[in-house]
Design a binder for this molecule. Structure first.
Ligand code: ZN
Length: 235
């Protein structure tokens, strides 16, 4: 039997990993928290539904149980009844992107101004995650390390946060120490196959077939163009 983690342990691990100014939206509760300072989260919005109102009380108890504070003074009640799922999703994405623009380095340089395309992906072990259903799941942890162009600080980011900052296109290209992979679009794949040029494409698995590097989950199973990084090209 695997040891089960409690909801408290799950919340604690999420909050500890969350960056300052980072957004936490526990799945399906209609609540949005932003981490503020060491052990405080600010509730910025709650859906206008009885379910969300109840979850707000439960979450407050849970968060306080692990020794964190919840600041509810500026909580906005969001009307969600009239929104479609897609509209809700759009709204959330906009909020997240807006927050990401406010993230800063310790030297006050906005993270959005970093050379984000040079981010380096690092495998950071694996962790047991608590799902909202109460089940647990083993998840590989990855970080993208970005470097401040002003003070040279190295800042590790969650891949999701990195994509928010760098844009979805940043997730279409991936470099190992030896190869560059670029995701092919459907029309590109069709064109290559029709013209019998399929050897220009590769379907990726868990490891880089050229040097055995572990690949991050988002490019596994992708159909990609590939090219070798020439000596000295890295710089
Ligand atoms: Zn800096």
């Amino acid at each position: 039997m695997e040891e089960q983690i409690t909801p408290e342990e799950g919340a604690k691990s999420i909050l500890e990993r969350l960056r300052e100014g980072g957004l936490w939206q526990p799945h399906g509760l209609g609540l949005s928290y932003v981490k503020e300072g060491d052990q405080t989260v600010k509730l910025i919005s709650q859906d206008n539904s009885p379910r969300s109102a109840q979850a707000r009380i439960r979450m407050r108890v849970l968060i306080e149980d692990i020794g964190w504070k919840v600041d509810e003074t500026i909580c906005e009640i969001v009307e969600v009844e009239h929104l479609s799922l897609e509209e809700k999703h759009m709204k959330e994405m906009m909020k997240r992107q807006e927050l990401a623009q406010s993230w800063q380095c310790q030297c006050a340089t906005p993270l959005a101004a970093f050379p984000l395309e040079q981010g380096v992906w690092k495998h950071d072990g694996q962790q047991e995650m608590m799902l909202p259903s109460g089940e647990t799941e083993i998840v590989e942890q990855w970080l993208v390390v970005i470097e401040c162009p002003v003070c040279d600080s190295q800042i590790p980011m969650e891949p999701y946060d990195y994509a928010l900052l760098a844009g979805d296109d940043s997730m279409l290209t991936y470099k190992t120490s030896k190869m560059v992979y670029t995701a092919a679009t459907r029309p590109e794949i069709i064109e290559m196959i029709d013209n019998k040029l399929s050897e220009a494409l590769i379907i990726l698995g868990t490891f880089c077939p050229f040097n055995g590097d572990l690949l991050p989950p988002h490019i596994r199973g992708g159909v990609c163009f590939y090219s070798e990084i020439k000596e000295g090209e890295e710089e």
